[in-house]
Write a protein that binds this ligand. Structure first.
Ligand code: NDP
Length: 451
C-alpha cells in the first residue's frame, strides 16, 4: 500500500494546530494536509510567506456563518435544517463558490470545499476569492413547492451576507438551475434589486450565461485532453468510466464522446449502469434531468445495458477514469484496481473524490492525475464569465463562451505543468496545482497587509 507523504518540519506544527482548532472536521483536515504536503519547497523560495504567517492565516476562514433554516413541508409540518456559508479568503476578489444541499453537509464538509475553492479560483486566473456553503437539506423526494420554501427560508438569512462585490454563490450537489432560481427570486424580493451578478448558474432567460451548465464537465474533459496530449496521446478510441450522473458527470460524458472516447459506465448512490457500446447521453439526460429518475431506469430502457446495484464502478476496466460524484469515493484499492486494468489518466470532476492513498497509487504508477482544484475549475471560471456578462449587460454565444472555457482550461493545465517542473516534480499535477494556486493567493495576502 502507498505510504503517506510527510510534511515539512516547519509546516507540521501548523497542521497539528489546524486539527486542534477544528476538531472532528476530518474532510477539512484532509484537504488542508493535501495542500500543505506540497508547500514545503515554496517556503524555501519565498521565506516572506512564513514571515507573514500566510499558511496559518490561509487555514483560518475570514468569516463563518451558521444559521437555522425553518420551513414547512407539504403536510404542513415544520422542518428545521442547518445552513452554512464559509467565506474563506477574499485576497483575490469577492468570495465565490457553490452551495451544496445534501444530508451529509456539516461544517467540516463546507470548510474542506471552501478551502479547496481558494486555490481553484486562483488557478483560473480570474479575480475571485474562495467560499462555499450549503445545508443538510435532502432535496431527494421533495416537491417543487417544498424545495422553493426551503430555498426562500435559506436566502432570507443568507441575503445579508451576499453582494456582487462581496460574496457570489453558485450551485453544487443538489443545487441546480431550479434551486438557483428560487434563491435568486427571494434575494430580489428582499433587496428590491435585480442584482444579476449575486448568484451564478442562473437560467438563460433571467441572467444566466451559455455554457455555465456544461462548463465543469466540459472543462474537465478539456483538462484531461491536455494531460493526454502532454503524454503524446488523445481520447480517440479510449474507454472511459464516469462516476455520478449529475451535472458534472453528464456533461463530461457528452464531451468525452464528442472528442472520440467511449464512456461505458456511470452511477448514482444506488449503483452503476454498464453499457459496453457506449452510454446514450441524451437518454441519460432525459432520465436524470427531465424525469429526475435513477441510472437503473437506463438499464430498464436499454436492454443491452446492465445495472449493478451497489456495484463498485471502479472495477469496470477503462483507460480514462473521471470521478464526478462526491468526496472520497475512490480509495487506494480502487486506484490499484484501475491501474491494474490499464487506466492511464484520471481527472477529478468532483471535489476531493480520491482518497490520499488513491492519489499516491496513481502518482506512483505514473498515471496522469488531474486533481479537482485544477481539473474541475471550468465551472467556477465560467461563473466568472457569467459575472462579466452580467456586469456589462451582455450575452455571449455558446461558441464564443466555449472557446473561452477551452482556453482557460489550457492555461490552467499549462500553469500546473510548468510549476510542477519548476519545483522538480515533472508531471505531478497535484504539486503543480497546489503550489501555483498557493503562491498567487499568498502573494496577494502579503501585498494587502495584515487583514
Ligand atoms: P449533482 O447533484 O448534479 O450530482 C451529484 C451526483 O453524484 C449524483 O449522481 C449523485 O447520486 C452522486 N452522489 C452525490 N453524493 C453521493 C454519495 N454520497 N454517494 C454516491 N453518489 C453520490 O452534483 P454535481 O454534478 O454538480 O456535483 C458533483 C461533484 O462535482 C461534487 O463533488 C461537486 O462538489 C463537484 N463540482 C461541481 C461543480 C458544478 O459546477 N456543479 C463545480 C466543481 C465541482 P444520487 O442522486 O444518488 O445522490
Amino acid at each position: 500500500m502507498a505510504v503517506a507523504a510527510s510534511l515539512d518540519e516547519k509546516i507540521e506544527p501548523i497542521y497539528r494546530e489546524v486539527i486542534r482548532r477544528n476538531p472532528g472536521e476530518v474532510e477539512f483536515h484532509q484537504a488542508v494536509r493535501e495542500v500543505l504536503e506540497s508547500i514545503g519547497p515554496v517556503l524555501v523560495k519565498h521565506p516572506e510567506f512564513a514571515e507573514h504567517r500566510i499558511i496559518e492565516r490561509i487555514c483560518e476562514p475570514e468569516r463563518q456563518i451558521i444559521f437555522r433554516v425553518p420551513w414547512e413541508d407539504d403536510e404542513g409540518n415544520v422542518q428545521i435544517n442547518r445552513g452554512f456559508r464559509v467565506e474563506f479568503n477574499s485576497a483575490l476578489g469577492p468570495y465565490k463558490g457553490g452551495l451544496r444541499f445534501h444530508p451529509s453537509v456539516y461544517l467540516g464538509i463546507v470548510k474542506f470545499l471552501g478551502f479547496e475553492q481558494i486555490f481553484k479560483n486562483a488557478l483560473t486566473g480570474m479575480p475571485i476569492g474562495g467560499a462555499k456553503g450549503g445545508a443538510d437539506f435532502d432535496p431527494k423526494g421533495r416537491s417543487d413547492g417544498e424545495t422553493m420554501r426551503f430555498c426562500q427560508s435559506f436566502m432570507t438569512e443568507l441575503y445579508r451576507h451576499l453582494g456582487e462585490y462581496t460574496d457570489v454563490p453558485a450551485g453544487d450537489i443538489g443545487v441546480g438551475t431550479r434551486e438557483i432560481g428560487f434563491l435568486f427570486g427571494q434575494y430580489k424580493r428582499i433587496t428590491n434589486r435585480y442584482e444579476s451578478a449575486v448568484l451564478t448558474g442562473k437560467g438563460l432567460d433571467w441572467g444566466g450565461a451559455r455554457v455555465r451548465n456544461e462548463a465543469t464537465g466540459y472543462g474537465l474533459v478539456y483538462f484531461v485532453g491536455e494531460m493526454l496530449a502532454a503524454s503524446g496521446t488523445s481520447f480517440d478510441g479510449r474507454t472511459g468510466v464516469v462516476s455520478g450522473s449529475g451535472n458534472v458527470a453528464l456533461h463530461a460524458i457528452e464531451k468525452m464522446h464528442a472528442l472520440g472516447g467511449r464512456v461505458v459506465a456511470c452511477s448514482d448512490s444506488d449503483g452503476y449502469v454498464l453499457d459496453e457500446a457506449g452510454l446514450d447521453v441524451e437518454l441519460l439526460k432525459e432520465i436524470k434531468t427531465v424525469e429526475r429518475g435513477r441510472v437503473s431506469d437506463y438499464a430498464d430502457l436499454r436492454p443491452r445495458a446492465r445495472f449493478a446495484p451497489a456495484g463498485n464502478i471502479w472495477h469496470v476496466p477503462c483507460e480514462v477514469a473521471l470521478p464526478c460524484a462526491t468526496q472520497n469515493e475512490l480509495t487506494g484499492n480502487d486506484a490499484a484496481r484501475l491501474v491494474a486494468n490499464g487506466c492511464i489518466a484520471v481527472g477529478e470532476g468532483a471535489n476531493m473524490p480520491t482518497t490520499p492513498e488513491g492519489v499516491r497509487v496513481f502518482l506512483d504508477a505514473g498515471v496522469a492525475f488531474g486533481p479537482g482544484k485544477a481539473a474541475n475549475a471550468g465551472g467556477v471560471a465560467t461563473s466568472a464569465l457569467e459575472m462579466q456578462q452580467n456586469a456589462s449587460r451582455d450575452s455571449w454565444t455558446f461558441e464564443h463562451t466555449e472557446l473561452r472555457l477551452a482556453e482557460i482550461m489550457r492555461d490552467i493545465h499549462h500553469r500546473c505543468y510548468e510549476t510542477a517542473a519548476e519545483y522538480g516534480k515533472p508531471g505531478n499535477y497535484v504539486a503543480g496545482a497546489n503550489i501555483s494556486g498557493f503562491i498567487k493567493v499568498a502573494a496577494a495576502m502579503v501585498a494587502l497587509g495584515l487583514i
